[in-house]
Design a protein around this ligand. Structure first.
Ligand code: 2M8
Length: 414
């Protein structure tokens, strides 16, 4: 086979972004995910910014057209109906300005806004001015409704973005999905079911959507009645980092950032409530039962990204990284719940690697940061722009031509 006609990796990544562009927003991958997803979009914006800053800001501005009156920015915006995805807008029954889901996702947008601003301050200023108050309102929604001892809680596994991670197994076992009814999944017609969540998981995902809908997506009612409430390292570390980045952007704009600074202090305290001393790691905490998840996940290592540290975390990182060829696995390979190809129960995700890599670098753990960047680049070069990867073999898994993997290539790995 000749390779001289193959477009180079940068060009492949750019053409994935262009190919997944639906006009003002980008789908994660055609077929499997035909809508605008919240954190995928922020990564997409960063990827676009490497060659088209205007398009980058359009992506984030389109995301914020879906913002609710209470500040929440939904995890999916259903701009155009598509029967290829379940559950669609009719199942969610949410009533925002754009048809949407009723839950949110990790708020990485402000952090990528800061990166994009740094790439082109002049070309970014007007969009940044429009977005700043909207980002403040979104972050405040988390502070108002989702804190437990200062850590950020999720009300649905989809909210953390790590859908079927073992982190939620305890809380999921507490849900009795009787009465969920018949429904037809679409994900397993797009990709190998062995790489997706099980029916046990989906029954509970849909049951939680039905509950939220019955409660009118009212946060006060959900706080009272939703059995699923887990303090989550993904949300806590990512919001903490996003608040720090937003405070810096606010200063650039000459805004008063004292309330953001106060929120940072609350979240720093909250992050420490996720330290599980027996596990010697950051962990998820089931707020309803008071139980630890007992899981070292890739989200556990977002502490450096959030600007916090704990003795023992470097050793924990080295242990996990030594257990597979392509770290960072989404679950501890030495655990019996590890499953190398099943989505968030083992596979390596380029988007989490970049966030961990940024944190390692900033913490001065440069050897680890360089090594992680190199193995992530090898993964993508050798196995393609996949949704996720088997951490042992590097095999591509899930969907292909994936937007956020292309964005990570352009922004960091290449
Ligand atoms: C996955 O989640 C969606 C539900 O939101 C799904 O499986 O249908 C997760 O990996 C999530 O983190 C991601 O944002 C989404 C789109 O890439 O897919």
């Amino acid at each position: 086979m000749t390779t001289h006609n193959m477009p180079d990796m940068d060009e492949q990544a750019r053409s994935i972004l262009r190919g997944n562009d639906r006009g003002g927003y980008t789908v994660p991958t055609a077929g499997l995910y035909p809508y605008q997803w919240n954190w995928d979009s922020a990564f997409a914006a960063w990827g676009f910014a490497t060659f088209d800053v205007t398009r980058a800001w359009d992506e984030i501005e389109t995301l914020f057209t879906g913002q609710w009156d209470n500040g929440m920015v939904p995890h999916i915006l259903f701009h155009r109906p598509d029967p290829g995805y379940f559950p669609g807008p009719d199942v969610w029954g949410a009533t925002g300005p754009v048809a949407s889901s009723g839950i949110s996702q990790p708020p990485v947008a402000a952090s990528f806004a800061r990166r994009i601003y740094d790439m082109d301050p002049e070309g970014s200023l007007s969009a940044l001015k429009r977005l700043f108050p909207k980002m403040v309102a979104w972050h405040q929604w988390f502070m108002d409704w989702r804190l437990d001892r200062g850590a950020v809680c999720i009300t649905h596994p989809w909210e953390a973005g790590r859908d079927n991670t073992p982190d939620w197994d305890g809380a999921m076992a507490g849900i009795d999905p009787t009465g969920v009814g018949e429904y037809k999944r679409r994900d397993t017609s797009h990709v190998d079911p062995a790489m997706r969540p099980t029916k046990y998981d989906y029954d509970r995902y849909i049951w939680l959507v039905q509950l939220g809908r019955r409660l009118g997506w009212d946060e006060a009612a959900m706080l009272e009645q939703n059995p699923f409430r887990v303090a989550d390292p993904t949300m806590t570390f990512i919001l903490l980092r996003a608040q720090r980045d937003l405070a810096i952007l606010g200063q650039v704009l000459g805004e008063d950032v004292s309330s953001i600074e106060a929120a940072i202090e609350v979240l720093v305290v909250g992050a420490e409530t996720l330290w599980n001393p027996e596990l010697a790691s950051y962990d998820a905490r089931d707020v309803r039962s008071g139980q630890w998840a007992g899981c070292v996940s890739n989200a556990s290592f977002l502490n450096w990204y959030a600007g916090i540290d704990h003795p023992g975390m470097e050793a924990q990182y080295d242990r996990i990284a030594s257990l597979c060829k392509y770290p960072v696995p989404s679950h501890d390979p030495s655990s019996e719940r590890f499953d190398a190809k099943r989505y968030w129960r083992g596979p390596t995700w380029a988007i989490i690697n970049v966030l961990i890599g940024i944190g390692l670098e900033e913490r001065g753990l440069t050897d680890r940061a360089d090594a992680l960047r190199k193995t992530t680049a090898d993964l993508i070069r050798e196995h393609g722009f996949a949704e996720y990867f088997d951490p042992m073999t590097g095999d591509a898994a899930g969907g292909g031509t994936f937007t956020w993997t292309a964005a990570v290539w352009l922004g960091w790995a290449s």
